[in-house]
Design a protein around this ligand. Structure first.
Ligand code: GLV
Ligand code: MN
Ligand code: MN
Ligand code: MN
Length: 426
């Protein structure tokens, strides 16, 4: 048996489950969800839990200037490490597994290697990235993108949360609380990176397959649209003379939704996805005509040219409907082309998944793409990278009801263990 197989066979369901339950207590909610937004006191306490657990496994812990935590198991040679991990922060109301699973899975791989008593050629590092969610401080995947491109950190430090707290100040506090953890450089060379994550969608579940080899991540663009009218009395202002910012916002919204019709397609079928998720209405009063409406647009597709067309349609709709009231795209605050993971990485992952699923008598792995973005999206710019998915019950995530069967969680870690160890012995 080779070392990758040995590591896979030493993954412990009970140890994994215990750490998942323990970490979920930081910010744990009575409805089963987790509220652990980045760099809150709860998030900082959970960081201490991870540091202590990693040290108990014999890892060397380090932290970089963006607060990303690295847990390292040395290899026989001082070569660039194989990196795995994810994020431990959550949405305001998140689940137990989005992110946390990938971090604890990496630590379970180290525990399995310890138990098997074997050493890899390359070091293995498990990372817990800072602020993947982007719900408290935008944008998301800050830690991983700053790791890959450290110049970005200066701009990120200026990001402000809804309470007016600056990311830079919250980060400095978190770094001060980790004074016992040595600082490590960003953008360090990595041999490869593998991120294990729950799918957060319905594809694996509907295929009845517990393991997914993620071949890429769809493109995404985020915009803010601002519509301006005139506040006036709802009862006295005749319909014909109003400048109602909501009317124009509504017309633009309908055009955008028409680009992405709600037809029933099989899970996993490529399609344009359109979400108008955040709305601000001024003065937001029952009896005043809206004077200003601001809304966000999140558009995603596997095909960047489809997003080019949707973006042009957005500008055109703003122009077309502007008249009495006006609309304009005031910012394009995030965009990312599709990510394609390298075939060589997919094949290693496929081997690990096939062995794990074969031993447990379930369906072989399938390839799929990711609808959500992940830290691996940025790491793909830095080193050979790919991802493994396990199913989400009912495809639900960013919700307290997020669930994955423990047996699938274990299979995912088994696939990860094989992959990471195989890469660390190349
Ligand atoms: C975050 O995971 C996103 O895809 O928006
Ligand atoms: Mn996540
Ligand atoms: Mn998430
Ligand atoms: Mn995500």
């Amino acid at each position: 048996m080779n070392i990758a197989e040995l590591a896979q066979d030493h993954v412990s369901k009970d140890r994994l489950n215990r750490t998942l339950v323990e970490l979920a207590q930081f910010g744990g909610r009575s409805d089963g969800g987790v509220s652990r937004e980045t760099l809150t006191d709860i998030d900082k306490a959970s960081r201490r839990y991870l540091i202590d657990y990693a040290r108990s496994l014999g890892c060397t812990v380090s932290i970089d200037d963006c607060g990303n935590l690295f847990f390292r198991r040395e290899g026989l040679q001082n070569l660039p490490p194989v990196l795995t991990g994810s994020h431990a922060d959550t949405q305001p109301v998140g689940g137990k597994y989005d992110g946390a699973y990938g971090v604890l899975a990496g630590l379970e791989v180290i525990a399995a290697l310890n138990e098997a008593g074997v050493q890899t050629e390359r070091p293995i590092e498990v990372v817990s990235w800072t602020n993947e969610e982007g719900s408290r401080f935008g944008p998301g995947a800050m830690g991983s993108s700053a790791f890959v491109q450290p110049d970005r950190l200066a701009e990120y430090r200026q990001s402000v949360d809804p309470q007016g707290i600056r990311f830079g100040n919250a980060l400095d506090e978190a770094l001060a609380e980790c004074a016992d953890v040595p600082r490590v450089a960003m953008a360090r060379p990595m041999a490869a990176c593998v991120e294990l994550h729950i799918e957060q969608g319905p594809v694996l579940e509907s295929a009845g397959t517990p393991l997914g080899v993620v071949s890429g991540i769809q493109a995404v663009r985020w915009f803010t649209v601002q519509c301006t009218g005139t506040m006036a009395h709802a009862g006295t202002t005749p319909m014909g003379v109003r400048r109602d910012a909501m009317v124009i916002a509504n017309a633009i919204a309908n055009e955008l939704y028409a680009l992405a019709p709600r037809t029933a397609t099989a899970p996993g079928t490529p399609e344009l996805r359109m979400t108008l998720g955040r709305w601000q209405v001024e003065p937001n009063s029952v009896n005043t005509i809206p004077g200003r409406v601001e809304f966000t647009v999140d558009m995603r597709s596997l095909d960047d040219s489809e997003l080019d067309a949707a973006e042009q349609a957005l500008y055109a709709a703003c122009k077309k409907h502007s008249g009495e009231s006006e609309a304009a795209v005031v910012s394009k605050f995030f965009h990312r082309a599709p990510t394609y993971f390298p075939e060589g990485m997919l094949q290693v992952i496929e081997k690990g998944c096939t062995r794990a699923s074969g031993k447990s008598g379930c369906h072989p792995p399938m390839r799929l793409t990711s609808g959500a973005f992940h830290d691996a999206m940025y790491l793909a710019d830095h080193c050979p990278t790919a991802m493994i998915f396990v199913p989400s019950v009912n495809g639900i995530s960013h919700n307290a009801a997020e669930e994955t069967d423990l047996k699938d969680l274990v299979l995912g870690v088994q696939a990860l263990a094989y992959t990471v160890v195989a890469l660390a012995c190349e």
